[in-house]
Design a protein around this ligand. Structure first.
Ligand code: ADP
Ligand code: MG
Length: 236
């Protein structure tokens, strides 16, 4: 409606896609389950950030998203909370493999995402495992064996573990490519493509990126289906 339009203008949000739902501009209007809402309010946040306000209703419709927004704009919860709600809807056995898979360029970023997933998913009792290089595989494999609803991984380490056949991605139905531009800059495109081949085609795919160059457009065109695009601010 008109209010949604005004909110988008005020926060420099542009959207491209069919019948894009209006932004959810307050936590109260999100309709999030109470255990998730509780964690958000506990964190002391007063309102959704623009990328959250606009990506939540799209993601909750189970649609693919490309979101272009700069660092520090709150993208992590932008995809994690709809991922939690997706998990609640699916109720799969985590011992068969993760339902939510987040790919992230570095160990540090992957760890931060896991911390956020644990914090905001605590009341919902989701399990989350983080896989990254530069550390022994043993403990990561042990954790995987216990079962994880959510796996946050760097493409290199996840690809190694896939080649060892120590994880199955056949249950993944919610796939996030976070900092896609950075993952491509770091040369992870071949690993990303190999990983995505192991994820069922029937899935929801969300791509978050700070910039929108040709290489990122290409991989978005290959991996996403009829995505809604959300840009915050000026996009180059
Ligand atoms: P990005 O991935 O876009 O760089 P993050 O998801 O890491 O951004 O979020 C940046 C910081 O903002 C984090 O410390 C996060 O906890 C905080 N944050 C997230 N959502 C909100 C919100 N709605 N209000 C205030 N702070 C928030
Ligand atoms: Mg981020």
């Amino acid at each position: 409606g008109l209010f949604g339009e005004a909110y988008r203008r005020r926060h420099e949000i542009t959207v491209t896609g069919d019948e894009v739902p209006p932004p959810l501009t307050s936590f109260e209007t999100t309709g999030f389950p109470s255990e998730i809402l509780k964690e958000v309010l506990n964190a002391g946040f007063s309102a959704p950030t623009p990328i959250q306000a606009q990506s939540w209703p799209i993601a909750l419709q189970s649609r693919d998203i490309v979101a272009v927004a700069k660092t520090g704009s709150g993208k992590t919860l932008g995809y994690l909370i709809p991922g939690f709600i997706h998990l609640k809807r699916c109720c799969k056995d985590p011992r068969l493999g993760p339902t939510v898979l987040v790919l992230s360029p570095t160990r540090e970023l992957a760890t931060q995402i896991q911390v956020e997933a644990v914090k905001f998913g605590k009341s919902s009792r989701f399990s989350c495992t983080c896989l990254y290089g530069g550390a022994p595989k043993g403990p990561q494999l042990k954790e995987l064996e216990r079962g994880a609803d959510i796996v946050v991984a760097t493409p290199g380490r996840l690809n190694d573990i896939l080649e060892m056949r120590r994880v199955s991605l056949s249950q993944v139905s919610y796939l996030v490519l976070d900092e896609a531009d950075r993952m491509l800059d770091m040369g992870f495109e071949p690993q990303i493509r190999k990983i995505v081949k192991e994820v069922p085609a029937r899935r929801q795919t969300l791509m978050y990126t700070a910039t929108w160059p040709k290489e990122v457009r290409k991989i978005a065109a290959d991996l996403l289906v009829n995505p809604v695009q959300v840009n915050i601010g000026n996009v180059d």
